[in-house]
Design a protein around this ligand. Structure first.
Ligand code: MTE
Length: 313
């Protein structure tokens, strides 16, 4: 048996006390959501990772098995820190995520700033197994733990003038040194996309809390859109009358559209989107054929039926 000493454990795996506190709160919420499940309770008692028992939402019958967690944790896009997908793992450990609050404002009846605990106390967590397709041409399957964004938005009572939702990530300038883009990272959705039942806020993955590099403590996941829409470490949500200018759209409007729906027939100006490399697949495994709306067409296509998806890419 190999016993790991602290020296052998990568710094990314050492839990700082604040993260530990944060994690306990989320674990409490997970536990509250699954209190009836004996499978979950026994896993909780034995401290096993990968708890079972959360209500599961898996709309794709033919979805592949989840990507091994170590690959998902160690191949991340967190451009505020770096463009390097491996370095973001350890650089993100410097993020301060406790206490955490999210301001929800704009075209709403009840603007509010929620602490993460308040958010969790209003939600029943579920597991959502989703495909994640990055605009760069790779994909993963991730079992997220979270809740529909709609069930948070309904608490602030959106006004009929709310047509779009803008999301802003945290910007901790003393640790985020990548000056190639303008921060904070901003993303946006149309209101019907935002309240679609597949659109979730995730607080965990693989039955545990979110690693910092994957967007802790709270991130968006929109499975039918390219991964850059799934903004990490959200601190502000604004309901707006018109579409917000988003980070990638502002940086390169001809390359990254506002909608960013996964679409194999609309190539990126510098590469094709016809196929994707599945993270974790073998060297000789053929690339996967990319599907319109990342395979979620049955659930979401009606939102775009009158739109020219080449123009609104
Ligand atoms: N959110 C923030 N704040 N900063 C980022 O750089 N990268 C996006 C998205 N959310 C990003 C972000 C991109 S390009 C992708 S593909 C996904 O996060 C990747 O999520 P993952 O790193 O957890 O796989």
């Amino acid at each position: 048996m190999i016993i790991k000493t602290e020296k052998d454990i990568p710094s990314s795996e050492i839990t700082d006390p604040l993260l530990f506190k944060q994690r306990r709160k989320i674990i409490k919420a997970i536990l509250a959501s699954t209190v009836a499940s004996s499978a979950f309770s026994s896993a909780f008692v034995t401290g096993e990772p990968g708890w079972k028992g959360l209500p599961k939402t898996n709309v794709l019958a033919n979805i592949e098995a989840p990507t091994p967690i170590d690959l998902v944790k160690n191949y991340t896009n967190y451009y505020e820190f770096t463009f390097n997908k491996e370095d973001s793992t350890h650089l993100a450990q410097n993020l301060k995520i406790d206490p955490w609050s999210v301001e929800i404002t704009g075209e709403v009846e009840k603007p509010v700033t929620f602490h993460l605990d308040d958010i969790l106390s209003h939600q029943t967590l579920q597991e959502f197994v989703y495909r994640l397709r990055c605009v760069e041409g790779w994909s993963m399957v991730v079992p997220w733990v979270g809740f529909p964004l709609a069930s948070l938005l309904k608490l602030v009572k959106p006004l009929s003038t709310a047509k779009f939702v803008k999301f802003t990530s945290v910007y901790q300038h003393e640790i985020m040194h990548n000056v190639m883009l303008e921060w904070p990272y901003v993303e946006g959705l149309r209101i019907d996309e935002a309240i679609h039942p597949l659109t979730i806020l995730a607080v965990g993955m693989y039955g545990n809390t979110l690693p910092k590099q994957n967007g802790a403590p709270l991130r968006l996941v929109v499975p039918w859109k390219y991964g850059f829409k799934s903004i990490k470490a959200i601190v502000k949500i604004e309901l707006l009358k018109s579409a917000p200018l988003t980070t990638w759209n502002k940086h390169a409007p001809n390359e990254y559209g506002f909608y960013a729906n996964v679409n194999p027939s609309v190539p990126h100006p510098r590469w094709s989107q016809i196929s994707e490399r599945q993270i974790g697949s073998g060297f000789f495994t053929p690339r996967r054929q990319t599907e319109l709306f990342n395979g979620y067409g049955e659930q979401v296509a009606s939102m775009y039926q009158d739109m020219d998806l080449v123009h609104f890419f």
